[in-house]
Design a protein around this ligand. Structure first.
Ligand code: FAD
Length: 302
């Protein structure tokens, strides 16, 4: 038996792979539901995702683990709305709507040209070359990279921080420039969407393909042992396993392996607010909306 610890997207995708090749597994999930960080609540007819989470059509792995059409994708328009407390500026995608992108007052023309050049470079780069470039930029922060490319401070405050600060969960843009380039290309070639039922529908779609008897909810793993391999559950039960796969978030992983706790995750809270998006959307009552626009609140919060 293969034991998978964690029923978020990683654990579920792993379970699905094993199930497809006929391997026996048991998935242990501490929470009463599957999905991990991808969670949705329902209130007064509204569908409320916990945190702003989108799927990009350029994430090839998604189509390999579920039937996207059954999730009834609700598409976001490429581009965004930027709100600075005084006006709402439309930032159109230069590739889908070049005229609107050119006349948009989102940021200066030199910054638009820099972004278009960077975007064109990425579009012309093969996946292999991009992977090598991302690895080479591992130690360079996104902020330093963008500075080196000549982007202005207003580009940072009006676009890079609210948008990529939210994507990377890092308002300082200290995340590696390699990861930034990877996501920028994914955004350039793909469109963002959320399932009509909220983001949790995605892990649920994976879970629905698995035998329910192999999914143990409300079952926290408290420890693992070796020689022979096995698990200790929170209730004290022990179980043998041929292999153990830990599909956990970093703090849970460190806790389980008795490693020092990781530094707190970089957040987008603090001086600047996190990106604000139209996450509350009563889809049932808005059937004619074809593409939703993503909105960013650029205002400083006290
Ligand atoms: C605010 C926010 C926005 C995001 N936006 C996006 C986005 O737009 N697009 C995108 O692709 N990704 C986004 N992400 C990232 C995405 O949510 C995660 O990468 C993904 O959900 C992680 O899945 P995972 O399976 O690795 O971990 P998790 O989802 O953390 O799953 C780990 C699971 O392990 C369980 N567990 C922990 N300890 C134990 C234990 N001891 N025993 C048993 N079970 C245990 C937990 O309950 C949890 O269910 C966002 C994340 C956040 C927080």
């Amino acid at each position: 038996m293969i034991a998978i610890v964690g029923g978020g997207l990683a654990g579920l995708a792993c379970a699905l792979e094993l199930h497809r090749v006929g391997r026996e597994f048991v998935l242990f999930e501490a929470a009463p539901v599957l999905g991990g960080r991808q969670r949705t609540s329902h209130k007064d007819g509204f569908i409320l995702d916990h945190g702003f989470q989108v799927v990009l059509s350029s994430y090839d792995a998604v189509a390999s683990v579920c039937d996207m059409a059954s999730l009834q994708p609700r598409w976001f328009e490429s581009g965004a709305l930027l709100h600075d407390g005084r006006r709402l500026t439309h930032l159109a995608s230069p590739f889908e709507n070049p005229v609107a992108a050119l006349i948009s007052q989102a940021f200066s023309i030199p910054d638009k040209l820099r972004l278009a050049r960077l975007g064109a470079e990425l579009l012309l780069t093969t996946t292999e070359k991009l992977t090598a470039r991302c690895a080479a930029l591992e130690d360079v922060s996104t902020r330093v990279f963008l500075k080196q490319r000549g982007f202005s401070e207003s580009f940072f405050s009006r676009f890079a921080q609210p948008f990529f600060g939210g994507v990377l969960l890092d308002n300082d843009l200290s995340t590696s420039a390699g990861l930034f380039l990877y996501y920028l290309k994914k955004f350039l070639v793909g469109r963002a969407w959320i399932p009509a039922g909220g983001i949790q529908s995605l892990p649920e779609a994976l879970g629905s393909q698995l035998p329910s008897t192999a999914l143990l909810l409300n079952t926290r793993v408290a420890g693992i042992f070796h020689d022979p391999h096995g698990l200790v559950l929170e209730n004290g039960d022990t179980l043998r396993a041929d292999k153990i796969i830990l599909a956990l978030d970093e703090p849970s992983l460190c806790q389980l392996l008795r490693l020092p706790a990781p530094p707190p995750a970089r957040g987008v809270s603090g001086e600047r607010s996190p990106p604000c998006a139209p996450l509350c959307s009563n889809h049932k009552h808005r059937p004619r909306v074809r593409a939703i626009r993503l909105a960013f609140d650029l205002r400083h919060r006290p």
